[in-house]
Design a protein around this ligand. Structure first.
Ligand code: NMX
Ligand code: MLT
Length: 513
């Protein structure tokens, strides 16, 4: 790759890896000629280079990055919005008919245990994008994970794992997309990928030791003033049209997440220098690339990871919170941030971070050749210290999570001899027994988080505090898809009834404590 003297000087001044500047050069050509948008579009315009030059060596990546997004690329529309729009009248007609036919049927009894037990087991909301069976695990629009790994389109370079753009299409339409539909969606996301400067100003203002989930939350809130949904509402949009603006915001957010998350990763754990997008890549492949993890294997892992974390029906904390906040007609930025803040809890999405820490702790304590007895003792020690065993248990599932199983399959194929993978396998032999012995854990089997960190660390993504950000980027696809559908069908504001403990006693009898 030949660089002009000016660009060579720029690279030296910034200590920028040659490839980054070269990438900018390449994509400039791409965008200004025949290329259909592409991930590089927003990185490639002349203002990008000019902005980098203006910011100078002490300018900070965020300022240079932010300033480069004056002119917005024109979004090329794929057929996704039109497909959703075409389905809405029929969907709504069907929902009205269901209500008319079955509106008075009971879906279950609510006991005091349920009211006092985190609403476990109460069926209380409608959520179309996925459904969880306690024994079988998740189905996305009726498809299991193995079915989707088989049927969803793959990367054009010949990948084996599904593209998350495919599951996004599926979430929104209920249909498995064709290769061409997915490629067009990738292109549309690329043209929407400009990240507003405010995001980098906000990140810049946060101490580097701010948890990456807090950074993500702040970064997304910094984009909220751009909400097309909020603007349309203020302008008096008709309620039957508001879903279009939810769709627009959702597409913008999903398109920008790789750049935003990669920026958080690079400022927190690396040298702070951003890596330009690669217009030849898909959404997840480009995400890995912008983080600085460029092997084909990592890109494949990211495609799988971003596909399987996308949704887990509606009652989990992140989905439910997004749904609840969205039901007040808070815009998609506000709603998603609310959900992500729930994902940041250690009993939910942050468990993936906790698992890696705990695995490292286990290894430190008992070494790589620990016997089952030693591991059993270590698990008991964890419980006796008043902590949970991260990565095990579930609010609904009562069997091994199929998302765990598919990650294990990935590991068996790509990293069968990794000591951390072996440890995960050994723990599977002892943890369920210990948890069962406690007599209180309803599901002693591993969940999705028991495995994900081990795959990431194998490929050099060892910064476990970042793991929940990856979960969040994927979950955004699921919850924003449902948010769009909820607005399209005019779901009402959510407002369940609560009661006091006194109300319970008044109704069922006073108790002696
Ligand atoms: N380690 C220790 N204790 C556990 C575990 C575990 N892995 N799982 C459940 N328990 C305890 C639970 O804390 C509760 O104890 P207590 O009565 O003293 O409060 C008791 O067992 C009954 O809980 P369950 O009804 O089995 O589980 P619940 O539905 O309340 O909670 C989880 C579900 C997922 C919060 C719980 O299993 C847990 O804390 N797991 C570890 C954290 C984790 O892996 N979370 C990730 C879930 C998946 N995700 O990505 O969100
Ligand atoms: C999820 O993916 O949201 C978790 O497994 C938690 C849940 O479903 O409750």
């Amino acid at each position: 790759m030949r660089m002009s003297p000016a660009r060579r000087a720029l690279a030296r001044a910034w200590n920028t890896p040659r490839a980054v500047v070269a990438m900018t050069t390449t994509t400039t050509t791409t965008t200004t000629t025949s290329a259909p948008g592409g991930w590089g579009a927003r990185w490639s315009s002349a203002p990008v280079v000019a902005a980098i030059a203006r910011a100078g060596p002490r300018g900070g990546f965020e300022r240079a990055f932010g300033r480069s997004f004056g002119a917005s690329a024109r979004a090329r529309e794929c057929a996704l919005k039109a497909t959703v729009a075409a389905q809405i009248p029929k969907t709504n007609e069907r929902l009205r008919a269901i209500k008319k036919a079955h509106g008075d049927q009971s879906v279950g009894e609510v006991t005091v245990n349920m009211v006092m037990g985190g609403m476990r087991g109460i069926t209380g909301m409608m959520y179309e994008t996925s459904l969880l069976d306690a024994e079988e695990g998740i189905r996305f629009r009726g498809y299991t994970i193995p079915e989707l790994r088989e049927r969803l389109p793959k990367a054009s370079g010949g990948g084996d794992e599904p593209l998350p753009e495919g599951i996004m299409w599926l979430m929104l339409t209920g249909e498995i997309p064709s290769d061409a539909q997915v490629r067009a969606l990738t292109e549309e996301l690329a043209t929407r990928g400009e990240v507003p400067r405010a995001v980098f100003d906000v990140l810049d203002a946060l101490p580097k030791n701010t948890h990456p989930m807090t950074q993500l939350s702040a970064a997304l809130l910094a984009m909220q003033p751009e909400s097309k949904f909020a603007k349309a509402y203020q302008e008096g949009v008709h309620k039957t049209k508001i879903w279009e603006h939810a769709f627009e915001d959702s597409m913008d957010i999903i398109a920008r997440l790789p750049a935003v998350c990669a920026a958080i990763y690079r400022r927190t754990f690396k040298d702070g220098k951003l890596i330009a997008a690669d217009s030849s890549l898909d959404w997840a492949g480009n995400f890995a690339h912008m983080m600085g993890h460029d092997s084909d294997a990592v890109k494949e892992l990211m495609r799988l990871y971003m596909t399987i974390h996308v949704d887990h029906e509606g009652g989990n904390v992140s989905a439910h919170t997004t749904h609840l906040v969205g039901s007040a007609l808070s815009d998609p930025y506000l709603s998603l941030v609310a959900g992500l803040n729930g994902l940041a809890g250690p009993l939910h999405g942050l468990a993936n971070q906790e698992v890696l820490k705990w695995l490292n702790e286990t290894r430190e304590k008992v070494g790589d050749d620990a016997s089952n007895e030693q591991l059993t003792q270590f698990v008991w020690d964890t419980l006796k210290s008043g902590r949970v065993v991260p990565g095990y248990g579930h609010g609904v599932l009562r069997k091994t999570d199929p998302r765990y199983t598919c990650q294990r399959e990935f590991a068996l194929k790509h990293l069968p001899n990794d000591p951390m993978f072996k440890l995960v396998g050994k723990l599977f032999e002892v943890v369920p027994g210990v948890l069962t012995e406690t007599g209180k854990v309803k599901n002693p089997w591993p969940n999705v988080d028991a495995h994900s960190g081990v795959l990431l660390q194998y490929y050099g993504i060892t910064e476990e505090n970042f793991y929940t950000v990856l979960f969040g980027a994927s979950r955004a696809i699921g919850v924003l898809s449902q948010l769009t559908l909820s607005r399209a069908s005019g779901y009402p504001i959510e407002r369940p009834k609560s009661v006091t403990s006194e109300w319970i006693e008044n109704k069922f009898g006073k108790v002696q404590a």
